[in-house]
Write a protein of this length. Structure first.
Length: 89
């Protein structure tokens, strides 16, 4: 089984919480959401190599630092270069 995490949005509805970081990097008890999702997947025996995340390229939260944090958590990262056009699609 494979998992695709769609996280290319700008997180505008969570702007007060996210403070210019993507939703997948918002932490709960010091753990970013992306790491929590990966942990849940491991609990049901899904290998990390079978998990993919789609992130955005353009927008306030998609800084190189944030993208690099995601790449370090999950190398199977795909960048949607048209995230501002596709919105939530």
């Amino acid at each position: 089984m494979k998992i695709v995490i769609l996280a290319a949005g700008n997180g505008e509805r969570l702007r007060s919480v996210s403070n210019n970081i993507p939703k997948c990097l918002i932490s709960y008890n010091g753990v970013p959401n992306l790491q929590r999702i990966i942990s849940f997947a491991k609990d049901i025996k899904i290998d990390k190599s079978d998990i993919y995340i789609v992130i955005g390229e353009k927008g306030k939260c998609w800084t190189e630092e944030n993208k690099n944090r995601i790449y370090s958590i999950l190398p199977n990262t795909i960048t949607n270069t048209h995230n501002l056009l596709t919105n939530n699609a």
